[in-house]
Design a protein around this ligand. Structure first.
Ligand SMILES: [Zn+2]
Length: 434
């Protein structure tokens, strides 16, 4: 143990985490919680398990702060993963194999890598006798991928004192992006769009399919509505994160109307990054109509994935979307609304992450982004007003490759990035708790 470096320690821990199958559903996150509890205990950090049902435990550990009034920092991660089809993989998804400087397996990027780095950060600080001003908290929670209320939502409601914190570092970003011309950004997510799917129930009149003239085909009536949604381009709107991002990119204030062109002018990648963040997006994804080939459907039901800007309301979006769809024989219904929160950009946590980037790579900048999807950060922002950012720096692996591997085959993480992550988390903990 004495000769083990943090690099070896985090690699070994990640390999052991990957070998525990926590595909959600069913999750079985207690396997990981127990392993983490043992690892932390060996390093003198007490942890507690909180479980709504025995097999789906959340783990929380802390180094108590010197003062109850000083801000607390929560290192947050989730321990479940999405499924993996072993037939699509080059290596066994639960092997945790180390090959060419990368650790392979489901969850390596999303997000057992960050689970391991968080654990090693708090364990190593504890071994060194670190006494933070406010509590340093480590939470490894269940059920992020499905969100059936076994994880952080349940913790915030039933055990708020365990996870309440002023600051939180979670998953979501950290990619190093080189836009050329010396513009190197590390992205930090400070906001997330709201997942706000809706359904359209289009009405017609059934009839025998051999005589289309006597019926009113709901499926056919849905077609122009789908086309209108596909062609819809919202009025561009510049939210604080994208405004700051573009200012850093081109060194001046940018208007909403020119934002996409300006970003594309810098690089196609910058254009892709900005495009979905200038307004709400709609993607029709599921359709169902008649269950019988020879029956013209009286009802066609369409499900549309829709993402709103943080702060944008469903009422406002519905007015826009009804305008796009026009009058018709349909019912519009929101199916849910999750996420859509943000944290401010000028905070001590931002400065702490920024100073890490400056120390690691002086020519690089920390730049804010809004995520098109959402993470568990929104529970903390909603429950406690926590300043939560998504940041896990990734320098060795190409960000486009990483984006392709998440939730897909051959997921893996570079050991260099794991080690960088541990350094970053230790730095942030020392800055906030120093
Ligand atoms: Zn995740």
């Amino acid at each position: 143990m004495a000769t083990m470096t943090l690099r070896d320690e985090v690699s070994d821990l990640l390999q052991r985490l990957i070998r525990l199958d926590t595909v959600n559903p069913p999750g079985n996150e207690t396997l990981v919680a127990e392993l983490l509890r043992d690892y932390l205990a060996e390093n003198g950090v007490e942890a507690e398990l909180y479980a709504k049902v025995p097999e789906r435990a959340n783990l929380v550990a802390r180094i108590a702060g010197r003062s109850a009034d000083a801000p607390r920092l929560l290192l947050l991660s989730h321990t479940d993963t999405v499924l993996a089809d072993a037939a699509e993989w080059q290596l066994d998804p639960w092997s945790g194999e180390l090959k060419d400087g990368e650790i392979w397996g489901r969850g390596a990027l999303d997000m057992k890598g960050q689970v391991a780095a968080n654990a090693v950060a708090i364990a190593s600080l504890a071994r060194e006798g670190f006494e933070p001003s406010g509590d340093l908290i480590f939470a490894a929670t269940a059920d992020e991928e499905v969100g059936d209320d076994f994880g952080l939502s349940w913790m915030c409601r039933e055990h708020p004192d365990a996870v309440r914190a002023e600051y939180c570092v979670n998953e979501g970003a950290g990619d190093r992006i080189d836009f050329g011309d010396g513009l190197v950004f590390y992205l930090c997510s400070a906001a997330e769009k709201m997942s706000s799917p809706f359904s359209l129930r289009v009405h017609g009149r059934s009839g025998h399919a051999s005589m289309p003239g006597i019926a009113d085909n709901a499926l056919v009536k849905a077609a122009p509505l789908i086309e209108r949604l596909a062609e819809f381009r919202p009025e561009p709107r510049l939210e604080p994160e994208m405004a700051a991002f573009l200012r850093q990119l081109v060194g001046r204030d940018v208007d909403a109307d020119e934002a996409l062109d300006v970003a594309r002018g810098v690089s196609p990648l910058a254009g892709e990054l900005v495009e979905a963040l200038l307004g709400l997006t709609v993607s029709p994804t599921i359709i169902s109509a008649s269950q019988k080939r020879n029956v013209i459907p009286a009802l066609c039901e369409l499900t549309v994935d829709c993402r709103l800007l943080p702060g944008q309301t469903q009422a406002e979006a519905e007015r826009v979307l009804r305008g796009v769809l026009g009058e018709g024989d349909y019912d519009f219904e929101w199916l849910e609304g999750q996420g859509g929160t943000r944290s401010p950009l000028e905070t001590p946590l931002w400065s702490a992450i920024e100073s890490f980037v400056a120390a690691e790579e002086p020519e690089a900048q920390l730049a804010p982004v809004c995520l098109a999807g959402f993470t568990d950060s929104h529970w903390l922002r909603e429950a406690f007003g926590t300043v939560a950012y998504g940041f896990f720096p990734m320098r060795a692996m190409d960000p486009e490759l990483a984006a392709r591997l998440i939730h897909s085959a051959d997921e893996r993480i570079a050991v260099d990035d794991l080690e960088l992550g541990v350094r970053c988390l230790r730095h942030v903990a020392e800055q906030i708790g120093g």
